[in-house]
Design a protein around this ligand. Structure first.
Ligand code: PLP
Length: 386
């Protein structure tokens, strides 16, 4: 039986071009810090990728710091000490969106006492008044972390407006754009965030590489998270993962050149899923559907259809989807995102995330709709028989 992969937000399948560039690089690479010809060639592969990643977010390549992934880039950024035009700046508070990814919620290098959570509304959008109140109540300066796109719902935050509010109160804004890259246009200047987080494996590059992208190199985390040699202009020590970075660059270039075409294509498929499921299962809920979302994501809720059971049934029928809840130590934990949005706990426990990509076909989507309807109806039948 052919498997149908509808979990692109977890990891997007690697692009053939990224793989080819990685394989070529692995076969020939030297240390990019070496001054000899082989080293200079490795350096040029890293710098080409830096330009490609910078172009994806319309940033300056001098702002791109390669890391081992989104999680490390987040931990680099969540530093209570930054340098702003060569002066040391200490942040007295970290204000963190309540629907952020676990890597951001963990608070980086901020003492837990200095962290505060920002509430969101029913659609998962950060409440402006609460943010403004939290900024006004901060003695000193605040570092604010708000994602661009949510990994579960796909909901997009109005980052430019949030940035204006944060800057007016003297703070800085870190924006996790891991789930937005390759799905919506990204322009770091227009977004107005001070730093963006990117991850290669969400855009068709390899796992284990990502980037912290600074809007202005003069506004940067004060202490490197990983100390040692002076790689990445002193921001991140350690010999660069040349092949992974090269693959990331290739994926970034493709994501940028194909962005509009891919977005249009996956939006059509996502809308087909939502339209058809609603017609077949009228109690279906699509979280965040009434606000702006990335085009490839649908988080589906159905009262009385537990996600854990649905997920297993779908997996057995050949579909890779994800539950909106996280699994830890054998127990299914309800999604903190849906909890923060005030979703009824029973409905939240049913959430299934479907995330699509350019490799998803209309046939895949139609087969999914049929399998999903069948699995839900089977669950309902069993529940009424019991
Ligand atoms: N931020 C978001 C929104 C994510 O979805 C993820 C990965 O799931 C990360 C950060 C972490 O990125 P990485 O897997 O590269 O550490």
């Amino acid at each position: 039986m052919d498997r149908i992969y509808l979990d692109w937000n977890a990891t997007a399948p690697i692009r053939a071009e990224a793989l080819a560039r990685m394989v070529g690089t692995l076969a020939t690479t030297a240390n990019p810090s070496s001054v000899h010809a082989e080293g200079r060639k490795a350096r040029s592969l890293v710098e080409t990728a830096r330009q490609e990643v910078a172009r994806l977010v319309n940033a300056s390549e001098t702002g791109v710091i390669f890391t081992s992934g989104g999680t490390e880039a987040i931990n680099c950024a969540l530093d209570p000490r930054w340098r702003v035009n060569a002066a040391a700046v200490e942040f007295s508070r970290a204000l963190i969106g309540s629907t952020e990814h676990a890597a951001v919620l963990a608070g980086g290098r901020f003492d837990p006492k200095l962290r505060a959570s920002l509430p969101v509304d029913r659609n998962g959008l950060v409440e402006f008044e609460a943010l403004d109140r939290a900024l006004a109540a901060t003695t000193g300066r605040a570092l604010v972390a708000v994602q661009l796109a949510n990994n579960e719902t796909g909901v997009l935050q109005p980052i430019p407006e949030i940035g204006r509010l944060v800057h007016a109160r003297g703070g800085i804004l870190i924006c996790d754009a891991v789930q937005a890259a390759g799905k919506v246009d990204l322009d770091l200047t227009a977004l107005g965030a001070d730093a963006l987080i990117l991850s290669s494996h969400k855009i068709g590059g390899p796992q284990g590489v990502g980037a912290l992208v600074l809007r202005d190199e003069a506004v940067a985390p004060g202490d490197p998270l990983i100390r040692g040699g002076g790689q990445e202009r002193g921001h991140r020590a350690g010999t660069e993962a040349v092949a992974a970075i090269a693959g990331f660059g290739a994926a970034a270039a493709l994501a940028q050149s194909e962005l509009h075409e891919t977005a249009r294509y996956v939006r059509g498929l996502r809308d087909l899923i939502e339209r058809e499921l609603l017609a077949r299962l009228p109690r279906a809920v699509f979280f965040g559907r009434t606000v702006e979302r990335v085009p490839n994501t649908s988080l589906i809720g159905l009262p009385g259809a537990p996600a854990a059971t649905l997920l297993m049934a779908l997996d057995l029928s050949g579909f890779a989807v994800s539950s909106g809840s996280a699994c830890s130590s054998g127990k299914v934990k309800r999604s903190h995102v849906l909890d923060a949005m005030g979703v009824d706990p029973h409905l939240a426990e049913s959430a299934i995330r479907v995330s699509l990509g350019r490799g998803t076909s209309e046939k895949d989507v139609i087969r999914f709709i049929e399998a999903f309807e069948k699995a839900v109806k089977c669950l309902y039948k069993r529940a009424t028989a019991a």
